[in-house]
Structures are given as C-alpha cells and as structure tokens.
Ligand binder design. Sequence first.
Ligand code: URA
Length: 445
Amino acid sequence: MTEDTGHQQSAVEQAAEVEPFDMVEVIHTKRDGHALADEQIDWVIDAYTRGVVAEEQMSALAMAIFLRGMGRREISRWTHAMIDSGERMDFAALSRTTTDKHSTGGVGDKITLPLAPLVASFGVAVPQLSGRGLGHTGGTLDKLEAIPGWRADLSNEQMMRQLEEVGAVICAAGSGLAPADKKLYALRDVTGVVEAIPLIASSIMSKKIAEGTAALTLDVKTGAGAFMTAEADARELARTMVDLGTDAGVRTVALLTDMSAPLGRTAGNALEVRESLEVLAGGGPADVVELTCALAREMLAASGVDDPDVEAALADGRAMDTWRAMITAQGGDVDAPLPEARHVEQVRAESDGVVTGLDAMAVGVAAWRLGAGRSRPGEAVQAAAGVEITRHIGEQVRAGDVLARLHTDTPERIARAAQAIDGAWDLAAVGTVVPERRIVLDRIA
Ligand code: URA
C-alpha cells in the first residue's frame, strides 16, 4: 500500500517510481567503460522515446558511448530496441523484390537520383526513404523539391502503388519509423556526438531494417567531405552495418567510396538535378556514372539479376523513362525548367597548374552558405543555390581561368561562401601527372 501524501505527482515522477533502472546508474556503467546489459538498453531506448529519460541524461549517455564505444552485442541490441520503438513496414505483398541503397552522406552526392530509376528499370522495386540535408551535406528530398510540383510526402498506400506500377519511389520516411532514432539523431546533432560508429550504424540500420527491404547496398564514404574522414573508421562502420543487416536477414553489402573531393561538378539542389539528368541521358561526369553503375550492379546482384548491362540502360533511355514516370507519379513536372539563381559569381585561379585535389568539405560549406543547405531543421533552402565546379581533379588551369561559379538568390551570402571555397584547389606544376581518382575503394560483404 502506498501512503497518500496529498502530493500531486507529474507523469514523469509517477513513471520514475516504477522504472526498472536508474538512468544515472546506466550512464555510470558506460562512463566507466563497462558493457550495458540487454535489459538496460531496451529500457533506455523505450524510456527515452516515452520522455522519461531526460534529453540531458541521454546526451550524457551518448557522449559516454562516443568515448567508450560499444561491443557487437550492445550495438545489435541498441539497433533492435530502436526498431521496436516504432512501426515496421512490409513489402511482402509486392510482386517485385525490393532493393535499397543508403549513403552515409557527402558533397555532390546526387547518386540516388539516377540510381533509383536505373535499378527499377530492371524490374525490381527501389523504396528510397530519404532525408533532408543538415550541415554541409545535401539531402535527396531537398534536391528533388527543386523540380516544380514534386512532393516528398506519400502515404504508405501511395508508396506501395508506385513501387508496384513504376518500381521506384524516393520519398520522406514516415514519422512512425524508428522514432527513437529521430529524437536521438536530433540530440546528437546539437551535442557533438554524430561521428560515433555504434550510433551511426544503429541509426542507419534501425531505419533500413524497420523499412523492410529485402536487400541493402551501403555507400560508406571516407575522406574530407565524409562523417568518417579516416579510412580505417569508415571500414569499421561498413563492417558494423553489414553485420547488423546480415544478422537481421537483410542481404547487405557495402562499398567503401572516396569522398575526399566532391562527386561530379555540382553541389546544390537544382544544379544536382540537372547533372543527374545528364547521367540519365547517357552522359554526365565520369565519377558520378562510375559510382551509379557500381551501386546499381550491387543492388541488382542482391536481387538475383546477374550481369545487368546498366550502362546500356542509361544510354538507351530506359532509366530516363523510369525517372519520368517516378517524378510524374509524385506530382513533378518533368518538362518544366529548373530554377536558376538570380546571382552567379565566378571564382578565378590566381596561378597556372594542374588540379591534384579539391577539398569536398570546402565546396560543401560554400554551397551551404550560398543557401543550398540549412543550419536549423525546418529552415527553407534555396532550390537554385550551390557551387558549379569548372576545374576538377586532373584538369589544367591557367591564371585567371574560372575554377567555379557560385549560385545564389541572395548576393550577401557570396562573400562568406567565397571565403569557404578559397584554397579548395590543390595545384601542382603544369605537366604533373595526376593519378586517376579511384571512386570505389573496396567492397565489404
Ligand atoms: N545518417 C543517419 O541516418 N544517421 C547517422 O547517425 C548518420 C548519418
């Protein structure tokens, strides 16, 4: 029997009385370098989702995980607890098998745009639940919203119908999928705890496993423009995610890819759509085409399509036809002109040389400052803003040549963007032979 003290308790106080663990003890466990028990993990994720664990407590635990790490059992349990915090989708009713791709994020990474229709043109279903950009990396939904009329929000029924009829969908993930991750990711973002391997792996894989795809190809980036700048860390992240997917019954493969320089020649929403259309028309920059085709082959192999001629599907218009159907199904006008920026400023070379490196982070920050990205969730982005690179790795430069064009609707942003991109090009003496850039560094299965 509890004594009636006459004190009105808040919901949190009432819940705290019956909670099986004390959050401060859980924080101590990880802070002191010990493994969390399965029951502690299940409770932390559930209690945090219910609002019983306070943001500052979760922030302390996330930092302890960042500093102390987690073992394989802990990461797996944490991932499954986040999956169990929300709904699971099920594509079993579709007549096509599902195959999905996830990138850890980079500068100029528009690969999803040509990739989803390309893979779907081989008869499989590609459910791309995508996000918006935050910081220096762009978001797929922001890019597609540059197309007049295109809608990111679909109901589960609309998504299923489009997967059956068109084969490819790129849309916003519903709020019911891994809600614990939504809260935790937002917290990590403002407390300096994004770059922790256990937390990135569980964040990405909880959403992908809950989504219910049969196969998953991961594009794990390394280099200046990636979350994991060191290759050894990117490898460990890839291994961790492949193991999580495989253990959950999802056929999972990762490609380790270079993000030291931007992909292609554009960073910014409409600019990247334009470049993706070049790829879908059989052209486009070699690095974007190479990575699109490498990922497409992996996604199709995981779905039992052997030796697909993906280059032919780009060259003969099959991928473009699927793109047009996919964009039209989501309200987009495929023939409408893309927005153009009101102001374009040129960045010029000060000396002669050959480009040996181009700093992805500098280009990403410049695009962001021009208005292509947001600094707070929910902020509007400029569809036409971004960076167009006119001299990339391996190309010759003369003093006075245009290295890049900065696009924006708000000219007051240009000075800070120019500051960010200043010095982004590494130039060596004219005639220096530049080794060919490798995009796919390894495959981890
Ligand atoms: N993308 C995610 O979804 N989660 C992370 O933690 C990092 C990148």
